[in-house]
Design a protein. Sequence first.
Length: 105
Amino acid sequence: TYVIALPCVDVKDRACIDECPVDCIYEGERSLYIHPDECVDCGACEPVCPVEAIYYEDDLPEEWQDYYKANVEFFRELGSPGGAARLGPVEADHPLVAALPPQAS
Ligand code: F3S
Ligand code: F3S
């Protein structure tokens, strides 16, 4: 799966959403999250993020390894909604993201 890491927090450019053929990039309060089971690894989202927040799981920079878990665990209660547009924005973040101080833009 692909993973959205720290640079997305408080930026949420959303360019990635338009590229995803399966609509598996979900919006939280301060960051977006890729559904690990719904993502088909097409990679279309990765180059369009202006802040380079998106990585294939094996290519995550060392300091952002925890974001793999954050993207997976964000969906623990949501399950597999099968489409971000249908679900709409979620008023929550993974604890890892929620605990961050405001990120300078
Ligand atoms: Fe975030 Fe980049 Fe998408 S900032 S919303 S991962 S385009
Ligand atoms: Fe969508 Fe990116 Fe996966 S475009 S299918 S989230 S690699």
